[in-house]
Structures are given as C-alpha cells and as structure tokens.
Design a protein around this ligand. Sequence first.
Ligand SMILES: [Zn+2]
Length: 487
Amino acid sequence: MRYHVHHSMTTPIIHLANATVIDPAQPDPPRDLYIHDGKIIAQPADQHTKQTIDLTGHTILPGGIDMHTHLVTPAMSALRTLQQHVIRDVISDQLIGSPTWLRDEYLKLGITTAIDAAITPGDAPAAKLGLRELEPLNTGFLLLLSHHADLLSLINAGDVEAATELAIKLFRNATAMGIKLVNPGSMQTMDGPALDVLDIDQAVEGMQATPRQVLTFFLDLSDKLNIAHPVHIHLPQLGTPDSSPTTCQWLDAMVGRRAHIAHLQYHCYAYDEDWYLRSDVECVLKHLNDNPQITADVGLTAFGPAYGMTADLALHDRLVALFGDEVGPTLRFQWEGRTSFGLQPLDRDPQNLGYAMQWATGLELILLADNLNQLSLSIDYPNGGAIASYPQLIRCLMDKSYRDALLAKAHPAATQATNLKQITRQLSFDEILQLTRISPAHALGLENKGNLNLSSDADLVIYPDSISKTGDFSQTPTHVMIDGRFL
Ligand SMILES: [Zn+2]
C-alpha cells in the first residue's frame, strides 16, 4: 500500500527568516529555512500559507545528539527508586532525576536526540514505554546482547546457525537501533568475582567461545541484518593500565569491519612506573586513522558527582575494591540471564589521580584526533557526570587557558602522565558541531538528523548570534524545535 501525504493548504509552512544558519554539513547554508510536516523544505510557492518568524540576531543550529547515555536502562530505574526511597542524601538531584527532569536537562543544552545504550531484550517493551515519558525528545536504544544466557549457550556450543536465528528474533522483537556488547567474552555470575577478558583469543573460565568468536558472531550478525548503527562495543579492561594494549588488539581484530567503540577514553591507558597510569591515546588514534570505518564516542568525564552504572561486572568489582561504600552504598544485581548491573556512587574529585587522568585523557583524545568525523561527544551519563556538565567540557575543548586553569588544580599526574598541558589546539565552533551533531548522526545512521539539509528532520535549536563566538551552551536556547514543532 502506498500513502500520499499532500501539503495541506491549511497547515501553515513555518518560515524562519533572517537568521544565521550554521550547519557544517553545508558549506553555504541558506539564510531562511522553511519547515513543513516536520521536515525542512525548499522555499515554497507563494500561495502556501506561511507563518513567518523574524530571527534577526539569532543563529539556527541542528539539534544536538547524545549517542551513548542511560535514560531508562534498568539500572537507571533502580537508581531512581533508591534516590527516592533509600539513599536520598547520597545522590545529588543535579545528577539523577525523573525522566521528565532528564528530558528538560537535555533540551536546555540544545540536545534533541538521546540514545539509551543498554536495554536487555526482556526490558525492551518497558523501555519503549519509559522512553515515551521523555517525549518530545527523540530517543532510541541499543539492545544489550553480549550476556543473554540462551544466546551465549548456543555461541559456546558453536551452533552459529541457531544462535543467529535466536539473535535475529530478539533484535527484531525489540525494535532497537543497534546491538550493544559489554565486555564480550567475559564471565559474570553472582557467585564470585567477575572474570575480565585478558586476551582476545583466550576463553575465560566458564566460557567455551573465545572473545574473538563472540565479537565475530555479533559483527557478522549486524552485517547480515544490515543495521545502520554498527555493533556498539564496550571493550574489556576499562580504565586499567592494560586498556590501551587491549583496545589496540581488539581494533586489530576489526580491521575492515564496521564497529563503534563506546566511551573510548576509558580504554586508552598504559602502565606508568611513577603514576601507575599514563594516557596512551596515540596508539588508539593510529588504529582509528587506519580504520576510517570505525567510529567511537569519547566518554568525557567532568569533576563533581557521578554514578558508576555498568553491565561490566569486572569493572564494577574494581570500583567497589577502590571505593567501597566511601561515597554511598554499592549495588550489584543480576538482571536478565547472565546480564548484571553494578551501581557505584562516585565523587570525581580533581585531586584523585584516576579521575584527573580520565578528565585530561578524554580531552587529549579529541584534541589529538585527526578525524573528528569518527568521534562523538559523550559522557556516558551518569558515569562521566551530570548532563549539565557538557557546556564546561565543550569550553575546555575550545579554550586552552580555561582548561589549563582546571588542569593546574587537578592531580599532578594529569599534567605529567598525559599530553594535555602541551596541546595548544582549540576547537572551532564548527568542530564542536561536528562532534555533537554530524558525527553522532553519521555513526547512528540517522542521515536526516544532525544537519539542516532539505528533507532532513526539523530538529533545530536557536540561540542569540553570540553562540558561535562563545560556544557557550550553558545558556538556554531561545527556541527549540523538534519534529517541526516549537516547544
Ligand atoms: Zn554506558
């Protein structure tokens, strides 16, 4: 059946007049935009009804995209309950709040699309309902399949055909945007410590399949299903001195394959005699340069309150060993099959070595990158901090003296075991739009978002003209339009 949508004479076309339009996807964007039926359209013939809005002195940008966040992840729902009833005083209400609060935090920053990175198959129906509470924010989710019990049994038994059949069923039923893997090949049970992956070709205890076999199964599956967003991978050894060698080993296993690496910053460390950790972004960036088909979100971190929320139990066990109940109670629970979640409150103090290193290394990763089109801005909310910390992180990328002032107050390892102090690069406003609009839209396969091309979705944000000089996203936009409607 075919549907024809006619431009109704009674539905006014919205004409945004006399604005400065900034869209790095277009070298010479138009000065006026026309919106109809939720899309950007060409200048219409005169007889169409028009509602003209004079935007003299204002700049129109495509709406921002946060491609890796946690909106309705099961662990987030658990955290909301804890906040309301159990540990009210522990969790800052600037960090965790209701779904509608979270939506408003995004809209205040000019972000109009956000993707939840960890929904299990059994949770998909509830997640879809939960995401409706965030409307009109555009949302979607990734399906966490790496520890699905039945799927793992089939992969371990080497029955690729049956595993593929089951995975296709799970993926189609969930209507997810992509497949998420968390520390694929690792073993996590509630009985003992989780077993992290040490080598891509060495099966961990309790698994028959090697991590490489698990990875390859899902890369092949995603190709077979022709999913626009490639497999979204949380790598092993997050945050450890083995993380960079591990990342480079895994990127070698993905040569020529499409893949997306989650919160890459945490996977860029090598061992250092003096400081235990040093940043090793050069090795990882070289692999990205050699593999332009691979994308990553950065996972920047801010100083201040955060919440460790992860389906990587090996990581959770390390966090608990480091911090225990210092900031607040930790929680580890089995959710679905072998998928588990850990919750650990964090206080990202600049004087803490690890937090200072993560803050500096994330910035360094972006500032030393040759191809910003492979990188998207993310903070893996709430792991990297509050949603409201984005403007400060953007300022660090655009303003060397500002970031140097923060660096001076951070643990000395951030100066001595990263290259941040030596880096003079300051990103342009267009480069910020690349990281927050063009790159995430491209990585997600959302060709109609992140740009203001004809026939793209009318998701846009309007600021005073000063925005392109200051890059100050801490100011609330004067207007936000989603799907052709002003909020
Ligand atoms: Zn995440």
